[in-house]
Design a protein around this ligand. Structure first.
Ligand SMILES: NC(=O)c1ccc[n+]([C@@H]2O[C@H](COP(=O)([O-])OP(=O)(O)OC[C@H]3O[C@@H](n4cnc5c(N)ncnc54)[C@H](OP(=O)(O)O)[C@@H]3O)[C@@H](O)[C@H]2O)c1
Length: 313
């Protein structure tokens, strides 16, 4: 049996349950491809799954390889797989219910894969799929954001936020973003029109009403966000489902998004990256064997852009 280096969990828990080891190399089935992983992005969902928070919904089988952001090269095709050729450079946000990309190889349904943006190396391409699709599906699919509208993005300097800012600007929207002071200059350079310091200002006191709120935080930030929405505006959350009752009472709308794999949207995102409309910010690059350190950094909650694991030099 062929093996590969991988970071797996055999039980749910803290960072100590992550095991860097030799694992069986997966084989592609019908409609699937085997990808040699060059880089794997780290997302907060990785450590949330590691801690067991999503098990009621996902029912993973252990051991499980973590990590659902990947850039790499097609190594082999399963039966009936014909969208790609061996040797193609691809990227993906694969199905979160299956083994992930903290490994030298991953099997992915080819319907979840797109060609990697040519202008990005694997490290930057691996930072893009999950956060990019999240930004796209929240702002455009759920939020219906259009040119001339105003959007408030909470956590604008993070993985999702930094891409959402740029997608919203590309769409022609006016963007208000929240962050702590050390990210203000960064956000202005990214294109944010109004930067709010969440430590010293209450956003609801200082901004004009908006059409869309992208809530990456939940809790009291979500509660306070109703106050800044226009009538018929929409609160889109990726943190926790907003109250349908409150939305109805206020004459507003709400949506909760759980990001889905989507190859056509990934291809659009790749085009934008190649056209230099999307800059991918990678704050930290670590070797695969340091996945534990990567997750600990992510858990601190102050990543600027993304953390990425380098699998092949
Ligand atoms: N539902 C879904 O499908 C889905 C998809 C993707 C992500 N998510 C969730 O969405 C959240 C954001 O994801 P992410 O990848 O963007 O996370 P991330 O990259 O870890 O976010 C870090 C950013 O959050 C900012 N931040 C921390 N505290 C803040 C506060 N009180 N107010 C505003 N910003 C604050 C930090 O800015 P400062 O350093 O300036 O504080 C930092 O730049 C996570 O909980 C993730 O699990 C859900």
């Amino acid at each position: 049996m062929k093996t590969m280096k991988a970071v797996c969990i055999y039980a749910f828990g803290g960072p100590e349950v992550l095991v860097y080891e030799d694992a069986p190399r997966p084989r592609p089935g019908k409609g699937e491809i085997l990808v040699r992983v060059h880089a794997a992005g780290i997302n907060p969902v990785d450590w949330k799954i590691r801690e067991g928070h999503l098990e009621e919904m996902l029912h993973h089988t252990l051991p499980l390889v973590l990590g659902w952001d990947v850039s790499g090269v097609v190594e082999a095709l399963g039966s009936g797989a014909g969208r790609f050729r061996v040797g193609d450079e691809v990227f993906s946000k694969p199905d979160i219910a299956r083994d992930g990309a903290y490994a030298e190889f991953i099997v992915i349904k080819e319907s979840e894969v797109a060609l990697k943006p040519k202008s990005l190396d694997h490290i930057h391409a691996a930072a893009l799929p999950l956060a990019g699709l999240t930004a796209w599906q929240t702002l455009f699919d759920a939020g219906g954001l259009s040119s001339g509208q105003r959007v408030l993005i909470h956590g604008a300097a993070g993985g999702v936020g930094s891409l959402a800012v740029q997608l919203a600007k590309w769409k022609g929207a006016q963007v208000i973003g929240t962050a702590s002071a050390h990210n203000h200059e960064f956000l202005r350079k990214l294109g944010v029109d109004q930067v709010i310091d969440y430590d010293t200002e209450r956003f609801e006191d200082v901004i004009q009403p908006v059409d869309v709120v992208l809530d990456t935080r939940g809790g009291e930030i979500q509660e306070r966000s109703w106050k800044v929405l226009k009538r018929d505006g929409i609160l889109v959350s990726i943190a926790s489902p907003p109250s349908a009752e409150v939305a109805k009472t206020r004459g507003m709308r709400q949506a909760f998004v759980f990001t889905q794999p989507n190859a056509p949207q990934l291809a659009e995102i790749a085009k934008l990256a190649d056209a230099e409309k999307l800059k991918v910010i990678v704050e930290t690059i670590l070797p695969l064997a340091d996945a534990t350190r990567g997750q600990e950094l992510s858990e601190r909650g102050h990543t600027r852009g993304k953390i990425v694991l380098r699998v092949i030099d």
